[in-house]
Ligand binder design. Structure first.
Ligand SMILES: NC(=O)c1ccc[n+]([C@@H]2O[C@H](COP(=O)([O-])OP(=O)(O)OC[C@H]3O[C@@H](n4cnc5c(N)ncnc54)[C@H](O)[C@@H]3O)[C@@H](O)[C@H]2O)c1
Length: 353
């Protein structure tokens, strides 16, 4: 396969690119990324120079550039991850979310349709895999889990833009026959996640002696998925997923935010004890809740397990410990990421926490 991975310089993207480049030496992996504040070429250092890896800097809204990339690299598979992905930022302003997540996805679909049409006579599998989120389903009460039949009910501008993109992907299958499928996954965690997201934010703030801001009472529940388990699921969906279908991916691993932050503090107490024997949990501070904050997400992953044979391989206990250790070992990466364009954006506009 010649695979175009959009958003390959973001958190999930860099993990996926490294997974695919190493697993498939005979494939061509072409990363297309605009390198917004969320994209970081430094995170792709481990694959730089590999024969099956190419990086293209570009915007998914740029049709000319997309057509060139599809033609030049004879693309026959797309893994679409490029997005504006941070809910808090979408509360501040949703414009970029509409541009990238909706218009960008539409532009990419049109470019893919054109490339796919040209290649239609071929015998190879042609596939457009759209990577989406469980947030499109809205929120759950204290019981139940999202299935692929759960109606879409997005509550944040971010999830509304992702829901819109998902509908276009589905429509291109129904209307044009473009071989598309969508995966909806729960919250990912692991190496290379931006320091503004919950788990890295808590690790870094704790070790820097700063407050650990928890929204509301910390009762919100998220279903955490180790990023490498997600990458394996995407690999399976790419190769074996049925077109026109959606697949939920989740760790079946629910934690309230406050319990999760407490667990991170315990791990840090063990791995990097604070001066004077003080527990890191003394830094927890409750802050006013996020508007439209979904109470609970939980994924029913039965379909992808039954159809594609996927299951999560990482226990949360081990995955979280590995993640804490990764951040402690990569403070230089965190520092680099927090400087430059990202720091400017963070300082001027970011009110999230
Ligand atoms: N992180 C999660 O927990 C999670 C959960 C569910 C779904 N998702 C979805 O998975 C995908 C990847 O998430 P992530 O956490 O890695 O996001 P991220 O914000 O870390 O990375 C997004 C990447 O997209 C790039 N990008 C943004 N706008 C672009 C544009 N117009 N053209 C080209 N590239 C552009 C950025 O430079 C960045 O490298 C997203 O579609 C997101 O909605 C993420």
């Amino acid at each position: 396969m010649n695979i175009l991975i959009t958003g390959g310089a973001g958190f999930i993207g860099v993990n996926l690119v490294s997974y695919m480049v190493n697993k498939y030496p005979d494939y061509k992996i072409v990363v297309l990324d605009a390198l917004t504040y969320a994209g970081n070429l430094q995170s792709l250092k481990s694959v730089e120079g590999k024969a099956n890896y190419t990086f293209v800097k570009g915007d998914i809204c740029d049709r000319t550039l997309l057509d060139k990339a599809f033609n030049e690299h004879q693309i026959n598979a797309v893994m679409h991850l490029a997005a504006e992905s941070h809910v808090d930022r979408s509360i501040l302003s949703a414009e970029e979310f509409l541009r990238t997540n909706v218009m960008g996805t539409y532009t990419l679909l049109e470019a893919a349709r054109s490339a796919w049409k040209d290649a239609e006579a071929g015998t190879k599998r042609w596939v457009f895999l759209n990577v989406s989120t469980d947030e499109v389903y809205g929120t759950l009460g204290s019981t139940g889990a999202f299935t692929e039949q759960t109606p879409y009910s997005p509550n944040s501008p971010y999830s509304a833009s992702k829901a819109s993109a998902d509908h276009f992907v589905r429509a291109f299958y129904e209307t044009h026959g473009l071989p598309t499928l969508t995966t909806n996954c729960s919250n990912n965690y692991g190496p290379f996640q931006l320091p503004e997201k919950l788990i890295p934010l808590m690790i870094l703030n704790a070790t820097e002696g700063k407050a650990l801001p928890v929204y509301g009472k910390g009762d919100n529940v998220r279903d955490w998925l180790y990023v490498e388990d997600h990458c394996r699921a995407l690999d399976l969906a790419l190769h074996k997923g049925r077109f026109g279908q959606t697949y939920n991916i989740g760790g079946e691993n629910e934690w309230t935010n406050i319990k999760l932050v407490g667990r991170i503090c315990e791990l840090l107490d063990e791995l990097r004890p604070a001066a004077g024997g003080r527990g890191y949990d003394s830094q927890i501070t409750f802050v006013p809740d996020r508007p439209g904050h979904d109470l609970r997400y939980a994924i029913d992953a039965t379909k992808i397990k039954d159809e594609l044979g996927w299951h999560a391989q990482h226990s949360f206990e081990q995955g979280l410990k590995d993640t804490v250790l990764w951040y402690l070992d990569n403070l230089g990466w965190c520092e680099d990421v927090r400087s430059g364009a990202y720091a400017e954006y963070y300082d001027k506009n970011y009110i999230g926490r």
